[in-house]
Design a protein around this ligand. Structure first.
Ligand SMILES: C[C@](O)(CO)[C@H](O)COP(=O)(O)OP(=O)(O)OC[C@H]1O[C@@H](n2ccc(N)nc2=O)[C@H](O)[C@@H]1O
Ligand SMILES: Nc1ncnc2c1ncn2[C@@H]1O[C@H](COP(=O)(O)OP(=O)(O)OP(=O)(O)O)[C@@H](O)[C@H]1O
Length: 276
């Protein structure tokens, strides 16, 4: 049996620099992982099964099963596995939970089935499942360009974050097809980006469409520099200590769901793999 983490990511900044002919957008974003997320275990079996299933997601649509099938088809491998999922990340929260589950599945089954695929091959396969899968396979904090699949490793500070979930589901395709989305941020070097104020080009639009996001973000901004991750809905505040982040969580408006986690430039997935 192999047990591996599927951590969340944060987009520390996210700029949209253009729209391609296929409708996808060119981005400049800084990905960092946190030490909080889902967990998966892989046990050899004859078929391919996943438990428990996720509410509202048919097993064959689950990115975990889709990743496993993709690996079988790509390599011609007919081995099976039973996969157990401990789901902690909110779905559709901008934390990349589904993409991280898919990446951990590719990496975990590559080991369990002894397929010997390189990280580069796994990341290329993963891109078919979602734009964020390659960075989770890559496992190091990175400045990403293109549709989010061209990486330059980066080493931003590793503060404590308070991540809050406004509890609304933001549709990524709906944000990317909204005519009001700004799409003309200038292309800058990593150096220039690191040294300019960090922003998320989706934030104003998501706040307009979802007042719950605007409300929670303006509350969090009273305590710490804060932004939205990905296309939302989650927002994160940056703190110098775990204690300060936890105290803020304890003050949060009644019913607010969130967690405190440390930023990691080396993904907990890579750390677990090298310990095994
Ligand atoms: C914006 C980010 O959250 C940044 O981390 C991600 O790139 C989104 O990743 P994701 O949720 O895995 O997105 P995907 O499932 O690949 O794409 C969902 C939809 O978002 C839009 N999309 C996504 C990524 C991108 N670079 N340009 C886009 O226009 C496309 O309409 C696509 O149909
Ligand atoms: N294993 C999975 N975990 C979460 N969502 C899944 C999974 N498999 C399929 N999905 C589907 O993918 C959708 C997006 O899930 P995910 O949690 O990755 O969103 P997200 O955090 O907004 O990602 P991103 O930051 O990449 O936009 C879900 O609403 C769900 O329907």
């Amino acid at each position: 049996m192999i047990r591996l983490p599927a951590p969340a990511k944060l987009n520390l900044f996210l700029y949209i620099t253009g729209r391609r002919e296929d409708g996808y957008h060119n981005l400049q974003t800084l990905f960092q992982f946190v030490d909080f997320g889902d967990e998966l275990s892989f046990t050899p079996a004859s078929g391919l099964t996943l438990s428990p299933s996720l509410p509202g997601v048919a097993p064959e649509d689950n990115l975990i099963i889709r990743a496993a099938r993709l690996l079988q088809t790509h390599t011609g491998c007919n081995k099976g596995a039973h996969i157990r999922l401990t789901k902690r990340l909110p779905m559709g929260g901008g934390l990349g939970g589904g993409s991280s589950d898919a990446a951990t599945t590719l990496v975990g089954l590559n080991r369990l089935w002894q397929l010997g695929l390189s990280d580069h091959e796994l990341a290329t396969l993963g891109l078919q499942l979602g734009a964020d899968v390659p960075v989770f396979v890559h496992g190091r904090a990175a400045f990403a360009e293109g549709v989010g699949d061209i990486f330059t490793d980066a080493a931003p500070p590793e503060p404590w974050y308070l991540v809050l979930n406004p509890g609304v589901n933001v549709s990524t395709p709906a944000i990317f097809t909204d005519p009001d989305l700004p799409r003309n941020s200038p292309v800058m070097s990593l150096e220039q980006r690191l040294n300019s104020p960090w922003q998320n080009d989706c934030e104003a639009l998501v706040k307009k469409r979802h007042p719950e996001v605007a409300k929670l973000l303006s509350w969090l901004l009273e305590y710490a520099p804060s932004r939205m991750t990905g296309t939302g809905a989650c927002v994160f505040g940056t703190f110098n200590s775990r204690d300060a982040a936890e105290r803020t969580l304890n003050h949060a408006p009644d019913g607010t769901v969130g967690f405190v986690a440390r930023g990691c430039n080396r993904s907990p997935l890579l750390t677990a793999l090298s310990a095994q």
